[in-house]
Design a protein around this ligand. Sequence first.
Ligand SMILES: Cc1ncc(COP(=O)(O)O)c(C=O)c1O
Length: 334
Amino acid sequence: MNSLLGRRIIMAHLPTPVHFLPRLSGELGISLFVKRDDLTESVASGNKLRKMEYLLFDARERGADTLVTCGGVQSNHCRAVAWVAARAGLRSVLLLRGEAPRTLEGNLLVDRLLGAEVRFHSAQEFQDIDAVQAAVCDRLRSEGRHPCWIPMGGSNAVGALGYVRMVQELSDADLQFDHIYCAMGSGGTYAGLWIGVRHFQRAERLHAIAVCDDAAYFTAELARIRREFRSRFGWTVDLSGAEAGMDDGHVGIGYALNTGEELRRMIQYARTEGLVLDPVYTLKAFLGMTDHIQRGVIQPGERVLFVHTGGHYGLFPKHGELAGALDGGAASGG
Ligand SMILES: Cc1ncc(COP(=O)(O)O)c(C=O)c1O
């Protein structure tokens, strides 16, 4: 495993810091720390850059000159791919789910700024994204380019190595916790953390709070990543028991949708501790964690590490709802 962890192209500012949050710790009755993976880079901030270090190494080995990936219109992953491509002198093609929005903002604005070729596909077309990407890659090859397909969220065995490496940072810094929490959107971050905790023989309990889909979907995704580790690297990784750490009870009113109460709590965390979460991923994960405190999954006084996986550009398309919550007026949103 250690040799696999070296197969990366350095792009992120690592190790990211771990901050203790004294006031929220007091309020919640635990010792709360945050792993600042929102600080991996400025424009490419967040968890996706850790995965992309490994995925770029892999793409380079395959002789790629164009990175092709997919995601939602406000995908943080697509933004990271667009940045990595620009930084490495490659081109990027982003297949985005949905219609072109009238306003160019948030992640999409940054994608365009970085020169990504952006193509919009209907939800129906997206159901067979493999066929869409195959056609796009064929077209690129016919133009003399060398595309490399990167799956949604960068969540495959190669990308997951980024979060195995994050666990190594904790061991190198001699930091120990009782629990580690992260948001789960495509499963690669959690898979990497799980493999890392086993590999570095650590004792933390891992928890992944789903922001979309359900536990059955993520169980299948983890099984896929596990198979890929075997076929790609000849490694048998132990993901048994990982399902127990997944909680799909905090998706709320839907992916990327927030109630006014959720946004008010996001504002409260920002004001109490300067902990600015993003509304789509880290806010829901954080609310899941506070629910676990109430339900006794986390015992009073335990040491908890919350992985801040970034996503701040997702704040900007929410400016209307946030303005309502800031004024104390929003009851619920969508
Ligand atoms: C900000 C942010 N946090 C967390 C996640 C979840 O990570 P993963 O897709 O590896 O489950 C994502 C992406 O889906 C994200 O953009």
